[in-house]
Design a protein around this ligand. Structure first.
Ligand code: GLP
Length: 249
């Protein structure tokens, strides 16, 4: 995995926004995989600002979000869909029919997961996947465990993950759904390029395990070492447990 280290989270967010704007300018039909969480919020803010500043045409890009809570509808204010609308889609001209989410209210979950995989295939696959990192090493909602599931599937969330997502649920971890739908590890590993963004000291140990540790399903992000075109973008705090530091840009 290639590593880039920025002085601050804001610098990493600016750098990533510039990168994504460049990728859309180079390929107006870019298929973009998107992540939620606190970490990418400054990136989305920068992305919106840059898209506006250069009047970028985003109408032909396609997006796929990584995951969604089970039992939460698309217009529920606590859904990842509403999160994405608030931080990105309300502010840029992505065509609504090109925005893809897993449906947390689907009655036939298996069919919903298959539909998502099919939609990604039909779009030609994901060109650039943005990832966050759970403090326990999860990516998307692929939680650490004895085994991992390859394709889009239903997941049981760990207590730590429910606590980490409590902010969206009025600070109440017990209100966070126990289950979610998530792209699987193979869905993620088959994307053409990955940029994982991790900032803050709370991610440092996990970053080091993912980058320098062995491949293990106990740290799902470590499987990104198998990807030929994966990068991990960090601020100094998130990089501090790495034993080999690349030169700062
Ligand atoms: C959630 C999302 C993940 C994200 C993680 C990290 O669990 N499903 O995709 O990476 O949050 O969140 P944060 O950036 O708030 O630490």
């Amino acid at each position: 995995m290639r590593i880039r280290i920025f002085a601050t989270p804001a610098a990493a967010a600016r750098g990533l926004a510039a990168e994504v704007v460049g990728a859309i300018a180079a390929n107006p039909r870019l298929v973009l995989g998107l992540a939620t969480g606190r970490t990418p919020v400054p990136f989305y803010r920068q992305l919106v600002a840059r898209c506006r500043a250069v009047d970028l045409d985003c109408s032909s890009i396609t997006t796929f979000n990584l995951d969604e809570f089970l039992g939460i509808g698309a217009d529920d204010r606590r859904s990842y869909r509403v999160f994405m609308e608030r931080h990105l889609f309300d502010h840029v001209d992505v065509s609504s029919r090109r925005i893809h989410f897993l449906n947390g209210l689907s009655r036939d979950i298996e069919a919903e997961c298959r539909r998502y995989e099919r939609a990604i295939r039909r779009a030609g696959g994901i060109d650039l996947q943005i990832l966050g990192l759970g403090a326990n090493g999860h990516i998307g909602f692929n939680e650490p465990g004895a085994s991992l599931i390859a394709r889009t599937h239903r997941v049981r969330l760990r207590p730590a993950t429910r606590r980490a997502n409590a902010g969206i649920f009025d600070g109440r971890a017990t209100a966070v759904p126990r289950e979610a739908l998530s792209m699987g590890m193979a869905t993620i590993l088959h994307t053409r390029r990955i940029v994982l963004l991790a900032t803050g000291a709370s991610k440092a140990r996990c970053v080091a395990q993912a980058v320098e540790g062995p491949l293990t399903t106990r740290v799902p992000a470590s499987l990104l070492q198998l990807h030929g075109n994966a990068e991990i973008w960090l601020d100094r705090a998130a990089a501090r447990s790495l034993s080999r530091l690349p030169a700062a840009p």
